[in-house]
Write a protein that binds this ligand. Sequence first.
Ligand code: HH2
Length: 284
Amino acid sequence: MRMQIGARLFDGPGPFLMGIVNATPDSFSDGGLFLDADAAVAHALRLAEEGADLVDVGGESTRPGAPPVPEVEELRRVVPVVERLRALGFPLPISVDTAKAEVARAALAAGAHLVNDTSGLGDPDLGRAVAAAGVPIVLMHMRGTPADMQAHAEYHDVAQEVAAELEDVLARAVAAGIARERTILDPGIGFAKTAEQSIELLAHVRELRRLGRPLLVGPSRKSFIGKLTGAPAGERVPGTIAAVTACVLAGVEMVRVHDVAACRQAARVAAALREAGAARTGPR
Ligand code: HH2
């Protein structure tokens, strides 16, 4: 990938690590830990030290069945974190994880550099806000809303259908005035997908490369790992590492993770294996 995000040029195959800062009371694996702005800021600084390439600040849980958060509450959770990080001279680009145009506008005005939209432009005004700001956007695949998305988890070929639906989202983003070159696509692991469909999608994530855009994948601590292993959300680092490794070997440029230090090490080894594999050409 080659994309300017804030002061940083993201250049090359990566993998780049997006560290997660959930300023929420109810996120599925770390809800309530970083709701307070000071705690969220301290966590972002820790993720930077652990080797994150950028951080993603969110104020609304998107776990299955999560109720929507009113805009004023989401603003209250997110904007002070972005403001404080910028005031501190935080060294990494800051992403804002929101599906709401007004939250995106306020976070960008406070100094965020990227919008991470889990709704795939569910709010058409979000497209206009991002186009006007000229910042990059992550367009993630989902059907419905977090409250009802699991009722839409029906696919014949999950990778092909997600690719086709992401193509539509990308076309809508471009129609809203967002430059194609400023988009990153995400298959939305666990969003309107059963555990089995998430595994199938991860196994075939390479097929999304035909869309011609950098890919971001967020397998971190998700319930497909719990379904496979029985591990609770706080104990899914080993499973996360396996999924991150698979993503890197498939050529995914960016992964969104909670456990940055562990995933940094895994991603580095996986990238070295990928490069060593690619270096051997011709038959043996
Ligand atoms: N997953 C979550 C939230 N935002 N954004 C992108 N682009 N891709 C993802 O897979 C993704 C995302 C869910 O994880 P988390 O933020 O830890 O949980 P919660 O939504 O409960 O806050």
